[in-house]
Design a protein around this ligand. Structure first.
Ligand SMILES: [Zn+2]
Length: 434
């Protein structure tokens, strides 16, 4: 048997195997009846009382009033009658294989093995925080591909993942490795300059398992010697990247702070602008025309201000970007730019992802429902996963969380998820704790 055949067989077997060891409830036999106090429809904001979600295998097969959904023999019941039940959250900008540490020596001494192990730890933390899907945009040595595959195979707990592998960037740019002097000859894994090189790099990443292409359109904050406002890839390079990625069925996420880079990336057809700090009127107009998502990664500003001790060559850039990013995000939201929840988790500890919604609602002025939509329906749409997650509907993955209280009244409740199910398997259940 070839490796490919074995992989195919494993994939086919998945729904029947269930997940042993860390799962408290498997449902390979019969249905699971999830008895909900309320079910939040994240598309409309309606909250229906006393509903039962019926789960067969990894998917939702019915949602109906509890009174008309009796338990049959072979069914498993889960009592969430004191909770509000809603779809699992989605974060479209994580770095699960990376840890919170701004020490340059930590970065320079990272190994693929260590990065993979960090990923295993953080995948568990992330799903237990209620995030049942993530888009991981930037990892070394395809450790994210390995992590995704081991999670999908049921060997370790973690969210559904779309992964990018190494982010593409220019020589000396945000996605290069610039900490060491020339005699060490260090080149970042995703570095590619010029049309032919970026095409080759897109194809290389897809060959080794990338679901999405991440690029650095402009300079960044946590990189040495570059300017967040300066464009890095040219418009022509980005046009080539997007053409190849889209032709091969992959979306493109562009790290972009500077106004010109945001505009060029949007015009080139990228699917999302990450950060968007210096977004101006021209960028807003272009993003609306192209339907480009903004991924604000806003809570990191608050977290770093409270907790971060940055090396001097990052510090001023962080202050400058922090002074404009939120203001411009508010402007973009008011103008009707679409927003998907993204955190940049790793800059701050994994598991705090839901704090992002609080910023959108209590600092950016979104309604609670709109804030929740950024991390459910909007994020699923950006990932091209609207057919499988982002809302509780028949046929979708049983990706379900339970909240003690009403998240439409207080989105901070999303930071204390009591119950997490992914694809019909329970990963966390604190509902019986007193
Ligand atoms: Zn990032």
């Amino acid at each position: 048997m070839t490796t490919k055949t074995i992989l195919c067989l494993l994939t086919l077997m998945l729904p029947m195997v269930g997940v042993a060891g860390f799962a408290q409830t498997a449902n390979s036999d019969g249905r699971t009846l999830l008895r909900a106090g309320h079910v939040l429809d994240v598309k409309t904001g309606s909250e229906a009382a006393a509903q039962t979600i019926v789960i067969t295998g990894e998917r939702i097969t019915a949602i109906a009033p509890t009174a008309s959904t009796p338990k049959l023999s072979g069914d498993t019941e889960i009592d969430l009658t004191r909770y509000t039940v809603m779809p699992g959250l989605i974060d479209v900008h994580t770095h699960i294989t990376m840890a919170t540490n701004f020490d340059p020596l930590f970065e320079l001494t990272m190994t693929p093995g260590k990065e993979a192990i960090i990923g295993v730890e953080n995948a568990k933390v992330t799903i237990e925080a209620g995030f049942t899907s993530v888009r991981n945009v930037g990892a070394g040595d395809f450790t994210d591909v390995a992590l995704r595959d081991e999670i999908d195979a049921g060997h370790i707990p973690g969210p559904h993942m779309q992964v990018s592998g190494p982010a593409l960037g220019i020589t000396g740019g945000h996605c290069d490795e610039n900490l060491l002097p020339v005699q060490y000859h260090v080149v970042g894994e995703g570095v590619a300059d010029g049309i032919a090189a970026v095409q080759q790099k897109v194809r290389h990443n897809i060959k080794y398992g990338a679901d999405v292409i991440k690029i650095c359109a402009t300079g960044g904050v946590l990189s040495k010697g570059d300017d967040p406002q300066a464009s890095q890839y040219t418009r022509e390079e980005m046009v080539a990247i997007v053409a190849d990625a889209h032709r091969l069925g992959r979306k493109v996420a562009a790290h972009a702070h500077g106004a010109q880079g945001i505009l060029w990336a949007t015009e080139a057809g990228v699917d999302s602008i990450e950060h968007g700090s210096y977004l101006d009127d021209a960028g807003i107009k272009a993003m609306k025309e192209h339907g480009t998502y903004l991924v604000p990664t806003a809570y990191l500003i608050d977290w770093v201000q409270m907790n971060g001790k940055l090396p001097s060559f990052y510090q001023q850039k962080m202050i400058d970007v922090s002074a404009v990013e939120k203001k411009n995000a508010i402007k973009a939201i008011k103008a009707g730019v679409k927003v998907a929840l993204g955190t940049d988790a790793a800059v701050y500890p994994h598991g705090l992802n839901a704090h992002e919604v609080d910023v959108y609602v209590n600092q950016f002025g979104m309604s609670a429902l709109a804030g929740i939509q950024t991390g459910t329906v909007n994020a699923a749409a950006l990932m091209g996963w609207s057919d499988r997650t982002g809302s509780l509907e028949i046929g979708k993955w049983a990706d379900i969380i339970a909240i003690n209280g009403d998240p439409l009244k207080d989105v901070k409740l999303l930071q204390k998820v009591a119950f997490v199910m992914k694809s019909g398997v329970v990963y966390k259940d604190e509902t019986q704790k007193k």
